[in-house]
Design a protein around this ligand. Structure first.
Ligand SMILES: Cc1ncc(COP(=O)(O)O)c(C=O)c1O
Length: 447
C-alpha cells in the first residue's frame, strides 16, 4: 500500500550517533532481520509523553512502549522508587530468601484483584508468566490424578507471547505456528469472538467454543483468553457476555480459566482489570506490562486457593518454576509505586476522557478509502486498514509528523500514556488522519 510513497526523511543524518551503525549491523530488534533491518530511530531520552531522538526531534508517544508506560516516562515517583530500592539492594535470589518489595507488591495485587485470587507467583516477563500459568494448570490436573487433562482451549486471533508454550496458544494463522509447527504443542482453537463490545447485537458466537469444550473437556486442562480486548492478534474488542459464557462453560465442564491481562490490566479498558466487566473470577490471572509502569520487566501470576492447593496435592506438591531474577526487588518496588500512583490518580476519568476524545477525533478516519474500520475502547483507539502497511515508510511519516505511532499489519493504533493532555492526544489523532489521508491521496492518484 505504501510502496509508491517516498520515505520522507532518512533516519541517518549528521547528528546520528556512531552507535547506530553498530546497532544496525549487530543488534536484533523485535521481529527484524539483521540482513535487511528496518530503520530503528535512536532515542536518547523520554519524559512525560515525549521521546527525544538523537537529532533533537521530539515525538509524542502514542504507544506507551507497547502498553506499559501508563504514567509516561521518567516519572519522579517511579524514579524515586528505583533510587530508594537501589540503595538497599538491586537483586537477591528468591530461593530461600524473601524481601519486603515482593511481599508488599503481592499484598497490593491480592487487594486489587477479585477476592478469590490470593496467591502470587512473580515471573520475569509476560510470556514467562503465561508459561507459568500453563504449567500451573497442567500440574494441577496431574496432582488430581488426571494427567490426561493437558490440552488448552483458546480462541483464534489471540496473542499470549513468543515463548513456546505461549506461541502454541497464539492465533494459528497470524501467529508463528507456521514456523514452529513441528515443535509446538497442539491445542484447540474456537472461532474468534464476534460479538461487538458496544454493538447493537448482543448475540455472541459462543457455539464454536461450546462445541469444542463439550467435545474435549476430558483432555482440557484450561481455557486461556485475553479478556475483552484481543491485542497483538488483531486489536479486536469483544463483549463481556462472551466472557461470562466462557466462564460458565469452564465451570460446567471442570476446566480451569486462565485470563491473560498482560495487555489489558491496570485500567487500559476503563476498568482496573478487563474481567471486571464480565463480573467473572478467573482461576489464574496473568499480569505484566503496565505492572511496573513500564520501568522493568515483571509479570505476576495470581491463583485461587483451589489451584494452589490442587498443585500441592500430589506427593511433591511444588510448583516447578523458579527463574533467577524472580521477584527482582527493583521491579517489585517500582511496581508497588506504580500501582499506588495509579490508584491515587483520577485514572478512570483520564481513561474516559481519552476514550471520548479518541471517538471524536479518530472516527473521521472512517471516511478514508483505505480504512476498513475504526474502534475505540478505553484508552485504545484502532484504525483498521484494508491492506497491510509498509512499516518503515509509514513509520517515517509518523516521525515526520512528530509522533511515535508503530502500526502492525493492517492496524494503526493509539494507546497513549494515561497522563496525555488533550492537546497532545489531538496531535496524535491528527497525525494518524494526516498520514492516512496522504496515503489515500497517493493511492488514488497512482491507482
Ligand atoms: C496479551 C499478551 N500476553 C502476553 C504477552 C507477552 O508479554 P511479554 O512481551 O512481556 O513477554 C503480550 C505482549 O504483547 C500480550 O499482549
Amino acid at each position: 500500500m505504501f510502496l509508491n510513497l517516498v520515505c520522507p526523511m532518512s533516519t541517518q543524518d549528521t547528528s546520528t550517533p556512531d552507535w547506530v551503525d553498530y546497532d544496525k549491523n549487530h543488534v536484533w530488534h523485535p521481529y527484524t532481520s539483521l540482513l535487511n533491518p528496518d530503520p530503528a530511530y535512536p532515542v536518547i531520552a523520554a519524559k512525560g509523553v515525549t521521546l527525544t531522538l538523537a537529532d533533537g526531534r521530539k515525538l509524542i508517544d502514542g504507544m506507551s512502549s507497547w502498553w506499559a508506560a501508563i504514567h509516561g516516562y521518567n516519572h519522579p515517583a517511579l524514579n524515586l522508587a528505583i533510587e530508594e530500592q537501589l540503595k538497599k539492594m538491586a537483586h537477591v535470589m528468591f530461593g530461600g530468601l524473601t524481601h519486603e518489595p515482593a511481599v508488599t507488591l503481592a499484598q497490593q495485587l491480592v487487594d486489587i484483584t477479585c477476592e478469590p485470587l490470593q496467591y502470587v507467583f512473580f515471573a520475569d516477563s509476560g510470556s514467562v508468566g503465561v508459561e507459568v500459568a500453563i504449567k500451573m494448570a497442567l500440574q494441577y490436573w496431574g496432582a488430581q490424578g488426571r494427567p490426561q487433562k493437558h490440552k488448552l482451549l483458546t480462541v483464534a486471533r489471540g496473542y499470549h507471547g513468543d515463548t513456546f508454550g505461549a506461541m502454541a496458544v497464539c492465533d494459528p494463522v497470524t501467529g508463528m505456528h507456521g514456523l514452529f509447527n513441528h515443535t509446538l504443542a497442539r491445542h484447540y482453537f474456537a472461532e474468534a469472538p464476534q460479538c461487538h463490545y458496544k454493538g447493537e447485537q448482543l448475540h455472541t458466537n459462543i457455539d464454536s467454543f461450546q462445541q469444542l469444550i463439550h467435545q474435549h473437556h476430558l483432555s482440557l486442562a484450561a481455557v486461556i483468553l485475553e479478556p475483552i480486548v484481543q491485542g497483538a492478534g488483531g486489536m479486536r474488542f469483544y463483549c463481556p457476555e462472551y466472557l461470562r459464557q466462557v466462564s460458565d462453560l469452564c465451570e460446567q465442564y471442570d476446566v480451569l480459566l486462565i485470563l491473560d491481562e498482560i495487555a489489558t490490566g491496570f485500567g487500559r479498558t476503563g476498568t482496573l482489570f478487563a474481567y471486571e466487566q464480565a463480573q467473572i473470577e478467573p482461576d489464574i490471572l496473568v499480569l505484566g506490562k503496565a505492572l511496573t509502569g513500564g520501568y522493568l520487566s515483571l509479570a505476576a501470576v495470581l491463583t485461587q486457593e483451589k489451584v494452589t492447593n490442587g498443585i500441592a496435592a500430589d506427593n511433591k506438591g511444588v510448583l516447578m518454576h523458579g527463574p533467577t531474577f524472580m521477584a527482582n526487588p527493583l521491579a517489585c518496588h517500582v511496581a508497588s509505586a506504580s500501582i499506588r500512583l495509579l490508584l491515587m490518580s483520577p485514572w478512570k476519568r483520564q481513561i474516559k476522557n481519552i476514550e471520548i476524545q479518541l471517538v471524536k477525533e479518530l472516527y473521521k478516519c472512517k471516511a478514508l478509502s483505505s480504512v476498513a474500520a475504526v474502534r475505540v475502547l478505553g484508552a485504545i483507539g484502532v484504525v483498521e486498514l484494508k491492506k497491510p502497511v509498509d512499516m518503515p515508510v509509514i513509520q517515517a511519516h509518523f516521525v515526520q509528523q512528530g509522533v511515535w505511532v508503530r502500526p502492525f499489519g493492517k492496524l494503526v493504533y493509539l494507546m497513549p500514556p494515561y497522563i496525555i493532555s488533550t492537546e497532545e492526544l489531538t496531535q496524535l489523532t491528527q497525525a494518524v488522519y494526516h498520514v492516512l489521508s496522504t496515503m489515500d491521496h497517493h493511492e488514488n492518484n497512482n491507482g
